[in-house]
Design a protein around this ligand. Structure first.
Ligand code: FES
Length: 477
């Protein structure tokens, strides 16, 4: 189902690339991050083109809850402990300045995108955690308060409130700012070598290349697959649930998200690592909770989101690697793609234009601290588990035994394949090996998709690629 953002709004279609071109900067990826990066660079006087494998905003930008905030969970106490006060402050101020930049840009460009200033709240049952976070944000100079009563029907010990945060309509916004940009849609990149981007229709020769593709698809150098995984979460748009006064997210057992858009309440939760949704039931669990909290509400839409999670919860924004001076990356936004997209746009604009940016250091993709070794090993461990399954796991089902509307790994002509049986009994067979690095894909019953537990690539039941880092489909031949 389409999210409420994409219903009734169409972004102007662009041609695919059909010739060889040259430019100063090429941005790969036309989600919010890619478009904002291109927009800021163009404003700074650079000649920029954007290359997109699908359509503008066809990925995660259409599936967000669209909160613009510097409050990303109860993170600041941990950040001060793990990366130090100075870098924690850079993180906070970068995101605060992203909110200001949205405000300024929307006013200057007269963009009608339902931008509204709101308070942001993170609620929890852990008093000590709340107190520590309050102390941390005060130490960083952010204005925050610990409050005990909330306008949502969830009981909790308290919440940290940040004032002057915001929410908006992401598709109305991206439609407006992409208007003046040169974007080539339906132009998947087949390879990138040095300053040359190859596609089926032509090549782009660029002095600088920005990878803004949600999850970077070049494995070496960079090895982003070893330091990031992906997580999914689910959203319901409810009618008749009333108004909540702000944007809310829970920590711990009540990890639910709330915000209004007009008369609708966007209610989210039920997150899990991509590729780990055996048995499904995520939407049903969310619906059950929605009925309990908002008995008079009615569902009008549902959708899901996918987020890149880094080992230290801080995005990678900057040079792709120290070996590639003219390649840049923006990825690993956790669940905060709106504010981190703008942070990326401001940092990469400054780096590419040769200007200092006061907040870039904390996001430097080349950072590596001792504690990361443990987490990187953990990411690798999950990936190895996926690879081992590919080799040793026996098929769970036979194609004949699969119930209608279900998918599973089966043996077909002595080969292990993925099969989905639709409600008419028709079988759809796919290659079960992820084309990224070969892990075994898992059936996701909630989305009727094949998801990779290693780095989060996803495919529909026909075998068509939905989410990278994989670059190819998994059609069975
Ligand atoms: Fe990396 Fe599947 S996404 S192996």
């Amino acid at each position: 189902m389409r999210s409420i953002w994409t219903q009734n709004i169409d972004i102007r279609k662009r041609d695919c690339l059909k010739e060889n071109i040259e430019t100063e900067v090429a941005v790969i990826g036309a989600g919010l991050a890619g478009i904002l990066i291109a927009f800021q660079l163009q404003r700074a006087g650079k000649k920029v083109v954007v290359i997109e494998g699908n359509r503008i905003a066809s990925g995660q930008t259409s599936h967000t809850t669209a909160k613009i905030t510097s409050q990303h969970g109860l993170v600041y106490h941990r950040f001060i402990r793990e990366v130090g006060e100075e870098k924690a402050k850079q993180y906070a101020l970068a995101n605060e300045s992203a909110i200001d930049e949205y405000r300024k840009l929307i006013k200057e460009e007269k963009i009608s995108c339902d931008f509204e200033e709101k308070c942001s709240y993170i609620f929890s049952d852990d008093e000590m955690e709340l107190q520590e976070e309050l102390e941390a944000v005060n130490q960083l100079g952010l204005s925050a308060e610990l409050v005990r009563r909330l306008s949502i029907p969830i009981s909790c010990t308290g919440a940290i409130r940040f004032d002057h945060q915001a929410q908006f309509h992401p598709i109305k916004f991206i439609k407006a700012i992409s208007e003046s940009l040169t974007v080539y849609e339906n132009t998947p990149v087949t390879s990138v070598e040095g300053h040359r981007i190859k596609t089926k229709g032509g090549e782009v020769q660029a002095e600088k290349i920005v990878f803004a593709t949600h999850f970077p698809f070049i494995n070496f150098p960079g090895m982003y697959f070893a330091r990031m995984h992906q997580e999914r979460s689910y959203v319901l748009a409810l009618k008749g649930a009333g108004q909540v006064d702000g944007m809310f997210l829970g920590e711990g057992k009540n990890a639910y998200s709330f915000r209004n858009y007009g008369d609708f309440l966007l209610f989210g939760g039920e997150g899990h690592r991509t590729g780990e949704n055996k048995g499904g039931g995520r939407y049903d669990a969310l619906r059950k909770k929605a009925k309990e909290l908002f008995p008079d509400s009615e569902e009008v839409a549902h959708w899901s989101a996918q987020d890149c999670i880094t080992v230290d919860s801080i995005p990678y924004i900057g040079n792709y690697t120290s070996e590639k001076n003219d390649w840049y990356v923006a990825t690993g936004f956790q669940k905060w793609g709106m504010s981190h997209s703008m942070v990326s746009a401001m940092i990469l604009r400054d780096l590419i234009c040769g200007n200092e940016n006061p907040y870039s250091e904390v996001f430097d993709p080349s950072r590596f601290v001792t504690k990361d070794i443990k987490n990187i090993a953990k990411e690798g461990g999950v990936a190895v588990k996926g690879l081992v399954k590919r080799v040793f796991q026996l098929p769970e089902e036979t194609a004949m035994g699969l119930p209608k509307g279900h998918g599973g790994v089966v043996e077909l002509e002595e080969e292990k394949v993925g099969v989905y049986k639709d409600f008419d009994g028709k079988l759809y067979v796919v290659d079960i090996r992820c084309p990224h690095l070969g892990c075994q894909l898992e059936w996701n019953p909630d989305e009727r998709s094949w998801d990779c537990p290693c780095h989060g690539s996803r495919f529909d039941y026909h075998g068509k690629l939905i989410s990278n880092p994989a670059q190819e489909d998994i059609y069975f031949e």
